[in-house]
Write a protein that binds this ligand. Sequence first.
Ligand code: F6R
Length: 368
Amino acid sequence: EKGGHDYFMLKEIDEQPEALANTLRGHFDRGRIILDEQRLSDQDLRDVDKVFVVACGTAYHSGLIAKYAIEHWTRLPVEVELASEFRYRDPVLDRDTLVVAISQSGETADTLEAVRHARAQKARVLAICNTNGAQIPRESDAVLYTHAGPEVGVAATKTFLAQVAANYLVGLALAQARGTKYPDEVAREFAELEAMPAAVQKALSTVEQVRELGRKLADAKALLFLGRHVGFPVALEGALKLKELAYMHAEGFAAGELKHGPIALIEEGLPVVVVMPSPKGRAVLHAKMVSNISEIQARGARTIVIAEEGDDTVRPYADELVEIPAVPTLLQPLVSSVPLQVLAAEIARARGYDVDKPRNLAKSVTVE
Ligand code: F6R
């Protein structure tokens, strides 16, 4: 049933191109993005003047990625917040606020309470969910199902990529309704999204390389992950996967923050995973990142660099180079996340742990 894979998570990592295609299917028709079955009208979307994204864990990381795309495409302010924090402050919400609640299970207690709080304040709530008929979509104004299929591994993988893709659809639907993008631009962005399952398939060609690397890193005491721009939430997610599966200390940082503290952690032999921005798409950030890597390398770090294929400038700084396909900058998380998932799973396996059932964790967290 694991389809020839050593563990379910690897099967689900492998299923990501298909999951992604299923998330996107049916959401573009006659030149327009279609979000949900009807419950959110174009007028509702036009009235939105602020977006909150609320979620927990991996779903929260998908929201952090969404912020870059939604703000860029729509010019709407987007706040991304942990559901458990959102509901206990006093967020400023009204009927023109769109709250996007992201939850794979649709049963996460904190996210559900955040939805209830938002609705009580008259905000409109759109659920992004992978589980038909779950509580969060039932209590929301509208729902966008990710259709990634059931996920057996406790650690989210294909549902994470599906959430990221669904968030992009929300961004495009808002841009379309608000007119911040012309119809032909929306169509072009959607076409780029539709090309992503094939790009993820290409990213999967790194699996064997990364599995071997994972076995080599099994004895490390800790790992750091660095990213910039959309690569920053990818770094956070890479660190979360490693904590939950390999029970290792792992932290994700925005590379620009290095000098403000984390660089003190760098010592001889410490593995640091760096998610490189595209050299063409984000040349300035790319150059800054190269200088960050050279700094940590000079202090003895063992650098594992995830970079676009053909990005030769990083070669001298990479103790291990993992090449991912070149894709539009905002969509890069869909490919750069793949090697980080595999890395966490394989380190865990090399340490003798059950990758599909990490200790202390449940697939759906229904207590706060
Ligand atoms: C990590 C993971 C968790 C969930 C979080 C939210 O791999 O799976 O961090 O993402 O518990 O769960 P959902 O999306 O069901 O609300």
